[in-house]
Design a protein around this ligand. Sequence first.
Ligand code: 13P
Ligand code: SF4
Length: 317
Amino acid sequence: MSVAKNIDYVAGIKRMKAKKNAIILAHYYQTGDIQDIADFVGDSLALSQKAASNNADIILFAGVKFMAETAKILAPSKKVLLPDINAGCSLADSCKASDFLNFINENPGRTIISYVNTTAEIKALSDIICTSSNAVQIIESLPADEKIIFAPDRNLGNYVLNITGRDIIIWPGSCHVHEEFSLEAILKIKKENSNAKIIVHPECELPVRMVADFIGSTSALLKFTEKENSNVYIVATEPGIIHQMKKINPHKTFIPAPPVDSTCGCSECNFMKLITMKKIYYCLKNETPEILVERETLEKAQKPILKMMEISEKLEL
Ligand code: 13P
Ligand code: SF4
């Protein structure tokens, strides 16, 4: 009879991190236990910045594939690992390179701004990358008459278009997690908690954004809960972020905004949640799956990311 080994994954991960000079970068949408063992937890912008400047030999990305790819593009000499190769993204999948190339050719003479939630191939076709933390400022840093293509998120695109009033053509992609929130359910919770603040990620659809007290990237939402006086927040983004919100504000209440339909009653990203402690352990142990980006694509994709970082640094974002 074979006896299953009882492995202490957390201890094993700590041991291997030290031995292999590896760091774990985790997105706010990871589970709380994974966020707690990470060397750095952040939103897409902060994670890119961290990937570009660290002394590790190995970056293990607790997040999704486009994030690990971005880390590889910014740190080509490092080994970048993703514990589950199926950790994709419905938003990145909604913009295929061949279709996007046709779209660019049909709309010539425009500056191409792509959200970081894209494949390396889409980044390679872009002029500047942005994240939800800096999309508005990146667009406003361009001359007022510059014509823009924004991809791939139609909701973030619509949000920045409304704020900046710029000439923007938007690719019609979306994130299934952020489009699933039930406005009716959010308003019902608000009715029962009249002092609650509704906080919303810009990947959400317009009706949900319209009832928001605050709209922002995951890190902006986190900061808002810290400085705002209210004791209750209805959180319309992936509920993983609530782990950090509770850590910073232990006496405040955070209610995940419910989706139209789900088994868990909250809007979890099934891709983000593919990453588990056990998979991190074996990924670090076996140094696989490794993320590789073809050289020409990597070189082309690096330029628009560095451009974003240059603008972000200048604007101190
Ligand atoms: P940010 O981390 O930029 O807020 O993006 C959210 C997201 O959807 C990542 O997948
Ligand atoms: Fe992609 Fe949406 Fe999941 Fe973010 S939450 S990784 S945009 S599917």
